[in-house]
Design a protein around this ligand. Structure first.
Ligand code: SF4
Ligand code: SF4
Length: 449
């Protein structure tokens, strides 16, 4: 089968052999009411300052179908509901809980009892689980695709192609029982028949372990994939694991397939077994500035600073601290920001490893086009963004399918002129979104006259 274009990036999977270790919970957590810059309707707090809360207790309801409820991740007291808390996506409203150090679980929690697909989706919503592969889209939102069309195949993403990050790898080695519990729920309520777990070849232990673990279940296939970047990107994984290509404007579910991150699946299995909503996760803390890289289990809402201290602190002045991996992660400028639901890693690179490469003019080598997995033309997008005429700019970006760009960074990585192509694409997508919204509004205004 033809493979999509890809790049070879250094793996740096230094923590792959390190089991997840639960660390002493922090003294306080900060839980934003907006999980993601794209989710504009904040959750509604259902607790007040001074309230005592247990681990797993609901503290904020979702008011929008694109978000998920929020639960206390430590037991203790709500000390503030900050209007302008600093998180990685800017300043948002957030609930601060001071821990009582007991980590007492909500005594009312129990495994959900489900009798229909609607109740199953409602339970998924109650779990507070979001997509843990990066997009943070709520689990119930994704699975509600079943209400429109059958989902025959669930593609489970265990590729973890970003350098440094190994927490999904650890999930596959440590949480197969929870993964199995998740698969059983999907079989029961979605009536899915095939489960393909896609894993890069640089995780031979996970491939061997899961093949053995699921050997008596013919509905589960462990698919070994090449260790190339961005193997874990939705479109790339889908094509390489199933041969399916989703055309522009088409929905993945129309092919009877959904894609789910491996840790999302395990967290779902855990929730349906124990009733404990999504309150903690394993993150990888690594990079040349970290003293003792490791995989740690911490409550959501723990500060970056606390997580780094659990790994021995910095051994060198960090030049760049990234939430997520170096290809698609987000650089942060404050250690006070909390670990979000979908944060899978903190990568801190020493100053000496963060040399700014000087951008030079494009030499038209074509490498960015050649290596784009989606056959886009990043060089063209970059040139278009120089145009002064907004109408022309919007038309060319739209025709070039800028919105399809998944900002994987492969084009920037291979560009010999060190052009920030993926970052430019991000700006271009923002420009096009605003342009289209302004035009839709103008048209609507015109049609009302
Ligand atoms: S960032 Fe976008 S344009 Fe660049 S390689 Fe990835 S998908 Fe293609
Ligand atoms: S890789 Fe860089 S130098 Fe080569 S065509 Fe693309 S933008 Fe130009």
């Amino acid at each position: 089968m033809r493979k999509m274009s890809a790049v070879k990036v250094p793996h740096h999977k230094n923590t792959a052999g390190m089991a997840s270790e639960r660390v002493t919970p922090p003294d306080e957590v900060l839980l934003p009411l907006v999980f993601n810059a794209h989710r504009v309707i904040p959750n509604e707090p259902v607790v007040a300052v001074g309230d005592h809360v247990y681990v797993g207790q609901l503290i904020a309801e979702a008011r929008d179908k694109s978000t998920a409820p929020l639960h206390a991740t430590v037991s203790g007291t709500v000390v503030s509901i900050d209007e302008d808390a600093v998180v990685t996506s800017g300043k948002v409203k957030a609930i601060r809980i001071k821990s009582d150090g007991k980590m007492e679980k909500d005594p009312t929690l129990k495994a959900p009892v489900v009798n229909s697909v609607e109740e199953f989706l409602a339970a998924c919503k109650d779990s507070g689980i979001v997509g843990l592969g990066g997009a943070a889209y709520p689990l119930h939102g994704k699975l509600s695709a079943i209400l429109k069309a059958p989902i025959k195949t669930v593609l489970i993403n265990g590729a973890e192609c970003e350098p440094y990050i190994t927490c999904d790898h650890r999930t596959m080695l440590e949480n197969a029982a929870e993964m199995k519990a998740g698969i059983e729920q999907l079989k029961k309520w979605l009536k899915s028949e095939k489960f393909v777990i896609g894993i890069e070849s640089n995780k031979p232990d996970a491939i061997a372990y899961l093949r053995d673990y699921f050997k008596d279940d013919s509905s589960v296939e462990i698919k070994k994939l090449a260790s190339v970047y961005p193997q874990g990107a939705k479109q790339v994984l889908l094509f390489n694991a199933t041969g399916i290509i989703v055309k522009k404007g088409e929905r993945l579910a129309a092919h009877g397939v959904i894609i789910m991150n491996v840790t999302t699946l395990a967290k779902m299995g855990e929730f349906f077994t124990t009733g404990m909503p999504y309150v903690e996760r394993t993150i990888t803390v690594d990079g040349s500035a970290i003293a003792n890289p490791r995989n740690i289990v911490i409550p959501i809402g723990t500060s970056i600073d606390y997580a780094v201290k659990q790994c021995g602190g910095f051994k060198a002045e960090p030049g760049r601290i990234i939430l997520g991996g170096p290809m698609m992660g987000k650089t942060v400028d404050t250690l006070d920001a909390p670990i979000a639901k979908a944060t899978n890693a903190i990568v801190a690179l020493a100053e000496k490893d963060c040399l700014e490469l000087k951008e030079t003019p494009c030499i038209h080598c074509g490498k960015c086009v050649e290596h784009c997995p989606l056959n886009l033309n990043p060089m063209m997008f970059s040139n278009v963004m120089e145009l002064k005429n907004d109408d022309m700019k919007a038309m060319m970006l739209e025709n070039g399918a800028i919105n399809v760009c998944m900002e994987c960074g492969s084009c920037s990585f291979v560009c010999p002129a060190h052009r920030p192509l993926a970052a430019t694409n991000h700006t271009a997508k923002g420009f096009l979104k605003k342009y289209q919204a302004a035009h839709a509004e103008a048209q609507e205004g015109g049609s009302k006259k």
